[in-house]
Design a binder for this molecule. Sequence first.
Ligand SMILES: [Zn+2]
Length: 235
Amino acid sequence: MCMITGLKFFEDLVNLFYPRICLACGNSLYAREEVICTYCRFRLPKTNFHLLRDNPVQKAFWGRADTESATSFLYFSKGGMVQQLLHHLKYRNRKDVGIYLGRLFAIELQQSVLFENIDTIIPVPLHPKKQKKRGYNQSEQIALGMNQILKVDLLPDALVRTRFTETQTKKSRYERWLNVGEMFAVKNKYALRNKNILLIDDVITTGATLEACVHGLQRENQLKVYIGSIAYAFD
Ligand SMILES: [Zn+2]
């Protein structure tokens, strides 16, 4: 067993005996609670953008990417509970946080006519080196949770990164931003023809990665793209 695999195995083992505490407030969880306590669940900073046609997330993509509807489940704020939850998902091997938040997000989306046609879910692919280090793609975990509710086609490998970002590290931030548009491609374009695709990410900040994904999806395919992220970091 190599060291990284061994480490992951150890982390998984530890998580089996993880103390059952709310990841937002630290209180003990009751038997039926997962990830966060009921109190914290009701104080999740929901955006309710999925109910608004021209919401701030949708507007962020105007003129940049052709999307049917776009939304984020929660507001992200520095030091807030959403940042804390996503930190556990990304850096503490807590895949269950992604699945849990994905389920809650999907339950909300089911209430919206703006997202009713979705037949395919695709998570934003992680950089392969990052995925190897982390052991999983956090957006795929979110997508898995969402699909437990939505029960459509989940295609985690449909979109691939066409270029390693290492080649871009020497460039300026602006140059990288310009370049990002060429970083994604569809593996099998026929599989996605005429699909209504929900693209999933963990956080929307600049939206550049999602924009690049939409372009990658639409380059040679007749399809519609919807965007959903767990969090929205606004300026
Ligand atoms: Zn709590």
